[in-house]
Design a protein around this ligand. Structure first.
Ligand SMILES: [Zn+2]
Length: 371
């Protein structure tokens, strides 16, 4: 039974943790035993946080670990249709999707995310190709990270004939959620678009996560429409609105969205750094505000994704990150890169790199790439 000694908890206390069947079995005040007994890990006062939640990412369209692609700006301000067209062109020259997805996954695991929701493109041109590839990658990494997949109509539903049927097929193949894209601005048919999304969710018992870039009163109207349908179907807690530029009063969670793709060149797969950015951009200075920024990449993400057994508590999954910080506010400000990531109590990454069962870093170079 793995044991972890001298772990600093979020409240500043030192504790000893035991893990049984991948979950925390006991959390007791640190006994301060001299020297770690065999089989125990002395965390020596490192802060222990539940593993981060990457709430919104695109595993299929990233160019991370591929050739650098200079960002192409839109001709006349942000235009979703033009961005989709750029993306299709760039993807034609990209490295194989499976390789890019694996690189991105290991970047995220290395930085401490062990739960993730990825949108995967489905449209008339690519069909189910992306879904099939990413389903395969998810299977290969099942032991390292929990991944929810969203069947995402990147080219709209009404705008891309046959997409509704493909989305249905994607859910049948194993996607967990159905996505959507700017029902008003992209498909110019709010009801038609949402009829398909909610219809398929009901038919397949799937959750919903809609990309909504529409802002202002139009975006608010769409959020209200989505909320009304959610209530009517009793789907509270299973529906998310991503991006939501016209944000209402809903749980706020974070994701990298894209890491080096044709929409933007940013992204480092580090959710603690994302909390730092959220705090910096929002003018968060007080400890309680820094804790709120951290909540967005951890507990709020877990709520939005409906994760079971999240947190540092008896009975919760022993998926956690240990790092050098006095407390959560300091972790958000300092973003220590040196950290150890544990999945079900087993070390799976150290200082940004995935480690294999023998403790060697660089799983991909150790053979998983071709696995
Ligand atoms: Zn997105």
């Amino acid at each position: 039974m793995p044991r972890f000694l001298n772990a600093k908890l979020a409240d500043g206390s030192l504790a000893d943790l035991t893990v049984a069947d991948g979950r925390f079995g006991a959390i007791t005040p640190a006994a301060n035993a001299a020297g770690a007994p065999p089989g125990a890990v002395d965390l020596a006062g490192q802060l222990v946080l539940p593993a981060f939640v990457e709430g919104h990412i695109h595993l299929d369209t990233s160019f991370y670990d591929d050739a650098w692609r200079p960002h192409i700006p839109c001709t006349n301000g942000f235009d979703v249709r033009e961005r989709v067209a750029f993306q299709m062109r760039s993807l034609e020259q990209a490295a194989p999707m499976e390789e890019r997805a694996k690189s991105q996954l290991e970047l995220c695991v290395g930085n401490g995310s062990l739960a993730m929701r990825s949108h995967v493109m489905v449209d008339a041109a690519v069909g189910l190709k992306h879904v099939e590839t990413i389903l395969g990658v998810r299977e290969k990494y099942r032991e390292l990270i929990d991944i929810q997949l969203v069947a995402f109509p990147q080219s709209g539903i009404q705008s891309s004939a046959g997409t509704a049927e493909l989305l249905d097929e994607a859910l049948k193949l194993g996607c967990d959620l159905i996505g959507g894209l700017d029902p008003a601005n992209f498909d110019r048919d709010v009801n038609g678009h949402l009829d398909v999304v909610f219809g398929l969710a009901e038919k397949r018992g799937a959750g919903i996560d809609v990309h909504l870039h529409d802002g202002g009163t139009l975006g608010l109207f769409e959020i209200e429409e989505i909320a009304a349908r959610t209530t009517a179907l009793g789907m509270q807690g299973k529906v998310a609105v991503s991006h939501a530029y016209a944000l209402g009063d809903i749980t706020v969670f974070a994701g990298s969205d894209n890491i080096r793709d044709s929409w933007w060149p940013y992204g480092d797969g580090d959710m603690l750094n994302r909390a730092n950015m959220i705090g910096y951009r929002s003018g968060f200075y007080e400890d309680c505000e820094l804790e709120a920024a951290y909540d967005v990449v951890s507990h709020a993400g877990a709520r939005a994704l409906g994760l079971e057994g999240y947190g540092i508590a008896v009975g919760a999954k022993a998926d956690f990150v240990a790092l050098r910080a006095e407390h959560v506010p300091e972790a958000v400000v300092a973003v220590p890169k040196e950290r150890t990531v544990y999945r079900a109590g087993r070390e799976v990454a150290r200082d940004g790199k995935v480690v294999d069962r023998a403790g060697r870093t660089g799983l991909r170079s150790a053979g998983l790439r071709s696995a």
